[in-house]
Write a protein that binds this ligand. Sequence first.
Ligand code: SAM
Length: 242
Amino acid sequence: MSQLQRIAIAPSQLEQQQILLTKEQQHYLVRVLRLREGDRFIAMDGKGKSWLAQLAGEQAQVLELLTVETELPVTITLMVALPKGNGFDEVVRCCTELGVTCIAPVLSDRTLLHPSSQKLERWRRIAAEAAEQSERSFVPTILEPVTFSTSLSSVIGHLSLANSQQYICVARGDFPHLKDCLEHKGQETIVIATGPEGGWTKQEIENAIAVGFQPVSLGRRILRAVTAPVVALSLITAACEV
Ligand code: SAM
């Protein structure tokens, strides 16, 4: 099954074992991937289900439901202070490949970028493409950018704190290394926050600690705002993947 091409579909496209392909999907399958009538591919709904499908004109026939086991045994929410320029594209792409569940872009006190509304659509498209490429069965949720304090309250409000670990990455200071803090006991939720180019303010770190976040280090070097989330995700996957 590994050689087959994958595309993400919306759950509503599936009707009675037929996938109603959009114009873009038809173009991608036929013109870009050069699939022909009867060729097989994998369709994933981004919510945990994948099917083996066969191209049939403007539709595809579902042949069988597939079992895909590429997801991590933990739920990871990544809160990222938006980096400058297009740096967030790379964060979305790499962290999707690494297995993130939800990405919450945040506007912190020192965030320089204030994204346009088209950016969110672009990030969601990048997440879908990266999920296809990395053969995941889930497409991560990308939330609308909000201020760090709003994000803290809404993320914490949705957590069962008994089964969750929250970390804020702080570049300077005498904090324990993330790798020494992670505890993998089962199906927990991990929330991890990384700051902008100028770093978190003291107040932001205190606010996070006040709602249960533990400040952690990612090592002795100062990582770029784009590198830090990728390193944090890599450490989590290394600790939790069995
Ligand atoms: N300008 C800040 C300074 O000099 O302290 C550095 C900010 S760093 C470029 C951007 C973000 O990446 C930080 O806010 C932090 O969340 C994360 N980060 C970078 N290096 C880190 C490290 N060694 N340990 C923990 N977090 C780190």
